[in-house]
Design a protein around this ligand. Structure first.
Ligand SMILES: C[S@@+](CC[C@H](N)C(=O)[O-])C[C@H]1O[C@@H](n2cnc3c(N)ncnc32)[C@H](O)[C@@H]1O
Length: 290
């Protein structure tokens, strides 16, 4: 058996076969193309067949290889966390733009990532800000929370992997309650909240076999998909952070754009609420400036 034989016999699309063979051999894809005669031993072939079967049973490629690229960084992923999606990358850019504006206005930012999962959003933000080599990285605070202990464990491992564990504080708890914020802690600061909370409706989940290996806790936003955002808005309002500038960026399903705006307006009638599109030009984010 050779690399060429595996490709000839594989029941998977070419790209997925390439990903698995390159993962098993620890060789890049160029190597597979230029060395098709490389022998594959029995043990490796068996491992390939197991991966192939799981993939055909809709296991995400990222769970099978244990990693996923997000914002140019490699993240460890396990079935305890949602596989970070490319559409979420725009949230990272949005946050970085907001923090850069804060710097121009001499305002210090506190950035929190609620429902951090693998830690993808907060780690990508912090590692981009670190690259700027100015005092934003030094002066800003970074926090992340999740209700799931196994997810937080993965997020912390990713922070260590990217050498950012001393910069990001992780908390377990229900949305904002995890942080136990006090008004005087945040005075004169800009609180930037990134939230990619479960927002799919139960019907959407039942119709998507491709996601049934991912944690329901990461996906299911109940009937209309807005259960967690409603709760987050309620918690934020109850904190009474009247003196604090707040920006809240929520990832949504494009179908929730109008309803999401209306719900946000109910909680924050005087806020500036705008919708932003993802890379596929679909409404994907609500940016709520309070
Ligand atoms: C859609 S996933 C997003 C994961 C990650 N932020 C990303 O963008 O890839 C939602 C995350 O919210 C977490 N979560 C669910 N309910 C929560 C709650 N009440 N409080 C905090 N986190 C929660 C889930 O465990 C999951 O990790």
């Amino acid at each position: 058996m050779t690399i060429a034989d595996i490709f000839a016999q594989s029941a998977l699309p070419r790209l997925e076969t390439e990903i698995f063979v390159s993962f098993l051999l620890q060789k890049n894809r160029e190597f597979l193309l230029t060395h098709p005669e490389t022998p594959i031993n029995k043990a490796t072939h068996k491992k390939f067949l197991i991966l192939s079967r799981k993939r055909q049973d809709n296991w995400p490629v990222a769970y099978l290889t244990g990693q996923k690229e997000f914002y140019g960084l490699k993240f460890k992923v396990t079935p305890a966390v949602l596989v970070p999606r490319p559409e979420t990358e725009m949230m990272v850019e949005e946050i970085i733009d907001i923090v850069k504006k804060d710097k121009q206005q001499h305002v210090t930012s506190t950035i929190v990532d609620i429902g951090t999962g693998s830690g993808a959003i907060i780690i990508a933000v912090v590692s981009e800000l670190k690259k700027l080599k100015n005092d934003i990285f030094k002066n800003s605070e970074f926090k992340a929370s999740d209700i799931s202990a196994p997810a937080l464990k993965v997020a912390k491992q990713n922070a260590i992997k990217h050498k950012l564990s001393s910069k990001i504080k992780f908390y377990r708890g229900n949305l904002l309650q995890a942080f136990k914020f006090k008004q005087n802690q945040l005075n004169k600061k800009h609180l930037i909240i990134a939230a990619n909370l479960p927002y799919l409706t139960s019907t959407q989940i039942n119709k998507s076999p491709g996601i049934n290996h991912e944690p329901r806790l990461a996906l299911d936003g109940s009937k209309q998909g807005f259960k967690y955002y409603r709760e987050l808005f309620k918690q934020l309002k109850e904190l009474n952070l009247n003196e604090v500038k707040i920006s809240l960026i929520c990832e949504i399903d494009p179908s929730q754009n109008i309803s999401g705006q209306k719900i946000a307006k109910l909680y924050f009638p005087t806020a500036n609420i705008i919708s932003k599109k993802d890379l596929r030009k679909k409404y994907r984010f609500l940016v709520i400036s309070i």
